[in-house]
Design a protein around this ligand. Structure first.
Ligand SMILES: C[S@@+](CC[C@H](N)C(=O)[O-])C[C@H]1O[C@@H](n2cnc3c(N)ncnc32)[C@H](O)[C@@H]1O
Length: 229
């Protein structure tokens, strides 16, 4: 029975907010649960048709479970980018990691086959400028025949229900997952809720840089697979 105290973010420094958010993120699901979730997502987005040695980058890779899922599926040529040194230190493996800001990617033009981005754009501070800058960087780095895979929160009915439940203290007391979710959204609330409120503009930005191969909006997520324009 635990209810984490949510601190007033106006009294915290950016680093303290980041640390509190990372603590909740670590608590939300175990590494094994997260890897399994990513394996299922990769199956949904068509990984079986991708070459195992495709040059594949996971942006905003966090504690690298997306990379571990790719490894589990046999991908051999993997790189990850995240701004948090703390989260990147979780990883022990063959992928090459870059502690870097995804708004300026450390890669040459048209040099990567697959770029995957799960749950990162909604963290960026300036909307729409940061989102556009990141998408234009992905467009720059992706090979013409390459694939861009985006998975981000999306305000569906399902997500509204999750928000409703995670705002109830009695639910948070009996569910560590809802408690962790409430803490994560609390510490990222400024960028998270702004992102959720900008659906048309986000779709326009995606279509500016990429041709959609697949677009789905279900269970609180947008899944977009595109090729560079
Ligand atoms: C919600 S987590 C997603 C992590 C992972 N993709 C996942 O789905 O579990 C967001 C990640 O974005 C990272 N991040 C935030 N701003 C960033 C930036 N400007 N450049 C690179 N990474 C950033 C954070 O450190 C965090 O790991």
């Amino acid at each position: 029975m635990k209810l984490t105290k949510l601190l007033d973010t106006s009294t915290l420094s950016d680093d303290e907010i980041q640390t509190a958010w990372e603590e909740a993120y670590e608590r939300f699901e175990t590494q094994e649960e997260e890897i399994q979730k990513f394996v299922k997502r990769l199956e949904f987005v068509g990984q079986k048709d991708w070459k195992r040695d495709a040059q594949t980058v996971e942006l905003f890779c966090g504690r690298c479970n997306g990379i571990r899922a790719l490894e589990k599926l046999g991908f051999t040529n993997l790189e990850g980018v995240d701004i948090s040194r703390n989260l990147l230190t979780n990883y022990r493996g063959k992928a090459k990691l870059y502690q870097s800001d995804c708004r300026i990617l450390p890669f040459a033009d048209k040099s990567r086959d697959i770029i995957i981005l799960q749950g990162g754009l909604h963290h960026l501070p300036r909307f729409p400028d940061d989102v556009e800058q990141t998408l234009s960087e992905i467009h720059r780095v992706l090979r013409p025949a390459g694939h861009f895979v985006l998975i981000e929160p999306w305000l569906t009915l399902f997500l509204r229900l999750i928000h409703f439940l995670s705002e109830r203290n009695f639910i948070r007391k009996i569910s560590n997952k809802f408690d962790a979710f409430a803490a994560m959204t609390h510490y990222e609330k400024e960028t998270y809720y702004r992102w959720l409120g900008q659906q048309s503009e986000i779709l326009l930005l995606l279509k500016k840089y990429f041709t959609a191969i697949r677009l789905s909006k279900k269970f609180g997520k947008i899944i977009f697979i595109g090729k560079r324009k």
